[in-house]
Design a protein around this ligand. Sequence first.
Ligand code: C2E
Ligand code: MG
Ligand code: MG
Ligand code: MG
Length: 292
Amino acid sequence: QAKMAGRNAVRFFNPQMQAEVSRRAEMDAGLWLALEREQFVLHYQPQVLADGRVVAVEALVRWQHPERGIVPPTEFIALAEENGLIVPLGRWVLEAACMQLARWASDPSRADIAIAVNVSARQFRHERFVDELADILERTGAPPSRLEIELTESSLLADVESVIARMDALKERGVRFSLDDFGTGYSSLAYLKRLPLDQLKIDKGFVRDILVDPNDAAIAKMVIVLAESLGLQVLAEGVETDAQRVFLAGQGCDAYQGYLFSRPLPLEALEAYLGMRRLRGPRRLRAASIRG
Ligand code: C2E
Ligand code: MG
Ligand code: MG
Ligand code: MG
């Protein structure tokens, strides 16, 4: 007993914890300032169809820190969700992505490209989300049918009627919906069937060991079959090797995203990448591996 109390006391005054608390407080304040100082930037990662065409890019936010350099979203999105910054930050991301979509829409060589944007649960459930997005689409002149919202299963845990109402309001304008990190959450199949989704994304956690772990392979196959039977497109994320792509193609996967094709790129590098692919023509993927 005494030992336990002692341990708790030690834990309570742990200087390491103090350091962690002040690091988080600093990070918290830094994030709000970063938004004010326009230190966030979007990188774009190509999404590639089975025939090699780049039909979309996923916008992934980064923090350009004056001292620390580029800070990845894995280091600040969870905190932004906790402290509420995700609402204005997410609005900034949508606005930046829609401005880019509008620019591309007036460029014939880019006119068919879509942008996928990640929307957090807290952001999606915000009462003003639908109105604000509709407003952004109108102000920027972005073609709504080339905007794809990536939600995770946790966004859909709220009551089903309100989730469907939100999705429907945006779908009416032509916005598309994709379910990100699929397989890592808890959505029931009966629930999934009711949602107006366009795409499922197989989480990269299942793709990584797909060639060596039979459980991961089984899950990936199941998601592909499920998507097919629900009439949804299916995209595999985190594809790093051609062997992984070939395996997924053999199961009937529609689209791919991952380092095999490209890392997320700053806008200028993405433009160069797209220009190169246009000149060479889409890199032909081995047809033999694509299910007929
Ligand atoms: P996500 O939406 O699942 O995005 C895919 C993540 O996998 C990205 O990490 C991407 O860089 C990484 N990735 C892509 N291809 C590969 C690959 O072949 N191998 C491996 N190992 N990783 C790959 P990133 O950019 O660090 O983003 C992490 C997460 O942060 C995203 O996961 C998303 O949940 C969140 N996020 C990023 N941008 C935003 C945003 O604007 N808003 C919100 N709410 N969340 C965002
Ligand atoms: Mg995503
Ligand atoms: Mg994902
Ligand atoms: Mg992920």
